[in-house]
Write a protein that binds this ligand. Structure first.
Ligand code: MN
Length: 247
């Protein structure tokens, strides 16, 4: 199996190295990751300047672009040989509920999915990487399951892992995305020249976090796997819009 690995925390992130290490037993691992931390980059492509690929001492490729750029160029000509799987992470922080829309970690995997490949995003809940080894073991378990018996391709899995020792994790469950309250208010301060500056506020607290959601799984020490799709069409509103237009 030839595996493309990326992330949004940057090529120097411990979570990326841990993930790449965990995947080596499954085949050839190629890492293409952003030069800088591009968390929150979502599915953005860089279209106003060329992208430069450099090689780090450990063999990781890094790109002066977004997570989506990395996977996009890796799948569209940077390499001759095709990939069998795209994996992203392990993100420093969870990507649950509405986070998935903003997440560069999920976006990197989603780019693979859009190219028809199986794709999996891994995130370690809560900031901090105390139990990164444990998360890497979980990633290995998930990929082992995929290697043994793959889901129908393509698929996009969003995996969130509790920040706990491996033995304290109580299993892996299939979930749906929960929902958050709107984000915290913007933080306003001044820069040294007295100009007003704004910091985007923290994410909102979980709102729909009941049984069956990703939030619920993590709150109960379980790994959450949410199968995602990309179709944004609101099928329940299609006929309403038709009626609305006909009036
Ligand atoms: Mn990140």
């Amino acid at each position: 199996m030839r595996i493309l690995v990326s992330n949004d925390d940057g090529y120097f992130a411990p979570g990326l190295a841990a993930l790449a290490r965990a995947l080596t037993p499954f085949g050839e691992v190629v890492v293409v990751a952003p030069e800088q931390n591009r968390s929150g980059a979502s599915n953005s492509l860089t279209l106003d300047r060329p992208l430069v690929v450099s090689t780090a001492q450990n063999g990781f490729y890094y790109v002066n672009g977004t997570p989506t750029d990395c996977v996009h160029i890796a799948l569209t000509g940077m390499f001759q040989e095709p990939f069998d799987l795209v994996v992203s992470g392990i993100n420093n922080g969870q990507n649950m509920g509405d986070d998935t829309l903003y997440s560069g970690t999920v976006a990197a995997a989603m780019e693979g999915f859009l190219f028809g490949l199986p794709a999996i995003a891994f995130s370690l809940a809560e900031k901090g990487i105390d139990h990164l080894d444990s998360a890497a073991k979980v990633a290995r378990d998930v990929i082992a399951r995929h290697a043994e018996q793959a889901l129908p391709t393509p698929f996009l899995l969003n995996v969130n892992i509790p920040n706990l020792p491996y033995d304290d994790i109580k299993g892996i469950v299939s979930t749906r995305l929960g929902k958050r309250h709107p984000s915290e208010p913007v933080f306003v301060s001044a820069n040294p020249r007295g100009e007003k500056v704004y910091w985007i506020g923290a994410v909102g607290a979980a709102r729909d976090a009941g049984p069956g959601t990703d939030f619920y799984a993590l709150a109960n020490a379980r790994v959450s796997i949410t199968a995602l799709r990309v179709d944004l069409t609101d099928t329940t509103l299609l006929s309403s819009v038709e009626t609305w237009l006909a009036k």
